[in-house]
Design a protein around this ligand. Structure first.
Ligand code: ZN
Length: 671
């Protein structure tokens, strides 16, 4: 599972701002924003710590990044059978164009190509809708005519229809109930089969008594060939053979530089899986991978998430190469190592505390490359493997990609959001200094301690809170984090250096819960999503309970609503009080009290305030979706040019430049 919904990331993190750098350098000269078009902003990210890796680790990372980019064409083809031909055509027109590059038609054409690059095909990565060209058919026809004959594809009529006919392959994935989901989806995971034929095919081969089932269909297209339904397996010698061969070549190079035997076994098992297509080998690989906790360098490379399969079986190809961020991982280890202290001092009834509590040690990583389904739009965390029985028997790896969240954060400087919603310049300065670190600490406390704290009274049904369970559970973990963010213990543990830092997080949390998160709700709708409900519950409850002492105030100036927090220490007490109550509700399974909290504070939106937030947000030019270009890794050779003596990392490549270079150097499935 991706840890966070890709689309939400842009919106959720736009608010964060910081000067806190993982490598303690100021960052004024680093240009995070690379490109902006349509509803997209393209950023770049830094790879702090890469220089400190050993030469062997750098070589390992280098070959794994090559293995990552080598799979690029696979996802393009999975996303639609004409995507690679379309990309080639558009790029030929783009690079060969001799007319005025500032003309409206060319600019519209360029925008369209940038959208297609971002979608890894002709559909939007999130909405799944086909892009709409804003250049004319005449312009397109003239450009095709101007191409050399050998660059005009044989299926030019189909490609023209793909671009200009809105009804043709309109949606990448159709999830609407009632229709044949395969027939009405444009993705290329099935060929010439009906939904029923696919379902019958798998029903016939699945063994439902198997306690350790393979992930059926994960690495195959299902097609009808000569009247027979068959799986076309993605493997060397099967579908996508050229791309997979090149991935495997680079994995073999990487294997030579593995940090230890276990990691080498992981890489070799993956090679075996790509060579045979055997899903049992993939399960063995996943078990080895989840058990490799010692290596600093890590990666995923394969057919992983199946959100884009209308039947939820076939995995989109993706790769992320990363290495452990030792400083940040130290932070979560310190928190987990002190789990019992936090439990013993929490503001809940001692009857509901755990006698023995164990913190979860979350790993923080630095991404070195993003590829396939993780590029350009990317998750900020990973939680794998997906097979339930492997998770149950062998556990899972859950990681946060901190250099990606940091890039989101840095890029949000100067987007106008803080100026619009935070009128007090000293609070804006405090946020600049401490929001990034307190956001990270909030996440650490929430994940490592919050969810694991507390206990049910004997005999209480863990599902007693029913539909409100997840909102209340998220609120409990958030309140645990909020309460402790203000605790001097964090300074004592060396996790933060200022007793004021928590105020930045408190202000942001209340502002978000009361107001700014409403920008993600459509007019007239209630708050539905559990995390959003939890934030609203906490903020609204604190506003109401603190009202007699004016702990939090909502006030208007020039027709705009703002918040003011008058008493931070009292606010902390209120958080502690609500934590105590929600823990009681959970420990006793008090459904009615839980329901009253959620329904009373978390669901209904004030339509006037909602309209105001949407209006103010619409005047800021914040892109709803964001993604990344990768750094460039350049091997440095010795004088004889046969041995790599270093790997340099460079951050100077633009968006179109990167896409065109990838097409030149890594077109494994298109000629
Ligand atoms: Zn949570």
């Amino acid at each position: 599972m991706l840890k966070f919904n890709k689309a939400m990331v842009g919106a959720a993190l736009t608010f964060m701002t910081t000067n806190m750098m993982a490598n303690n350098t100021t960052d004024k000269d680093f240009n995070y924003v690379v490109d902006r078009f349509s509803d997209i902003e393209v950023l770049r990210y830094k790879v702090p710590g890469f220089e400190e890796l050993s030469l062997n680790q750098k070589k390992l990372v280098y070959y794994l990044t090559e293995a990552a980019i080598s799979g690029r064409d696979i996802l393009w083809d999975q996303n639609g059978r004409y995507n690679l031909a379309l990309r080639r055509l558009l790029e030929n027109i783009y690079t060969g164009y001799s007319g005025d590059r500032r003309s409206d038609d060319f600019k519209a054409f360029e925008k369209y190509l940038k959208q297609v690059w971002f979608g890894n095909g002709v559909h939007h990565h999130y909405s799944m809708d086909k892009f709409t060209p804003e250049f004319s058919r005449e312009f397109f026809d003239a450009q095709v005519k101007a191409l050399p004959a050998d660059k005009v594809p044989a299926d030019i009529d189909v490609l023209a229809r793909l671009i200009f006919d809105p009804s043709f392959m309109a949606k990448k994935v159709n999830q609407a109930e009632g229709a044949d989901l395969i027939a009405t989806s444009a993705s290329n995971l099935y060929e010439n089969v009906t939904q029923k034929e696919v379902e019958d095919y798998y029903a016939a081969i699945k063994d439902n008594t198997d306690q350790t089932p393979i992930s059926y269909g994960l690495n195959a297209r299902v097609a009808k060939v000569n009247g027979k339904v068959v799986e076309q397996t993605y493997k060397i010698g099967g579908l996508y053979s050229n791309a997979i061969s090149r991935i495997v070549e680079n994995l073999k190079m990487a294997s030579a530089y593995a940090e230890n035997d276990r990691q080498r076994a992981v890489i070799n098992k993956l090679i075996e899986y790509y060579t045979t297509g055997d899903l049992k080998a993939f399960d063995d690989y996943s078990i080895l991978w989840v058990g490799d906790a010692d290596s600093q360098v890590d990666f995923i490379n394969g057919f992983i998430e199946s959100y884009d399969d209308p039947l939820g079986m076939t995995g989109n190809w993706e790769s992320i190469v990363n290495f452990k961020n030792l400083d940040a991982s130290h932070r979560t280890e310190v928190i987990s190592g002190n789990a019992q202290w936090f439990e013993n001092n929490s503001p809940v009834d001692p009857r509901f505390r755990k006698d023995k509590v164990k913190g979860v040690s979350a790993k923080v990583i630095t991404a070195a490359i993003l590829a396939g389904d993780a590029y350009p739009a990317t998750p900020i965390g990973i939680n794998l493997p997906n097979a339930n029985w492997i998770r149950a028997a062998h556990g899972s790896k859950s990681v946060t990609i901190e250099n990606i969240t940091q890039a989101y954060d840095e890029a949000s400087h100067g987007n106008g959001f803080n100026e619009e919603f935070v009128p007090d310049s000293s609070m804006r300065a405090l946020m600049d200094d401490y929001l990034f670190i307190t956001d990270n600490l909030h996440t650490d406390l929430h994940e490592c301690l919050g969810h694991g704290s507390g206990r049910l009274l004997p005999g209480v049904d863990p599902d007693a809170l029913k539909a409100h369970g997840s909102t209340l559970e998220e609120a409990r973990a958030d309140l645990f984090a909020l309460y402790y963010l203000a605790d001097p213990k964090l300074i004592e543990l060396g996790l933060i250096d200022s007793p004021e830092a928590y105020k930045a997080q408190y202000y942001k949390y209340i502002l978000n819960g009361l107001m700014t998160q409403l920008m993600r709700i459509e007019p007239g709708k209630d708050v539905e999503e559990a995390h959003m409900r939890n934030r609203k519950l906490i903020a609204e409850w604190a506003l109401e309970k603190g009202a007699p002492e004016k702990v939090i105030e909502l006030y208007t100036e020039n027709g705009k609503t703002y918040i003011r927090i008058n008493d931070y220490e009292r606010l902390r007490q209120l958080f502690g009080q609500l934590l105590g109550e929600i823990q009681r509700i959970k420990s006793e399974g008090d459904y009615e009290a839980g329901r009253d909290l959620v329904e009373g504070y978390a669901v209904k939106v004030d339509p006037k305030l909602h309209r105001e937030v949407l209006d103010r947000y619409s005047h800021l030019t914040i892109a709803p979706y964001r993604g990344f270009v990768n750094p460039v890794y350049r091997p440095v050779f010795d004088a004889d040019k046969n041995e790599i003596v270093d790997v340099a990392v460079e951050y100077n490549e633009g968006y179109a430049d990167q896409m065109l270079r990838y097409s030149r150097q890594y077109s494994t499935l298109s000629k």
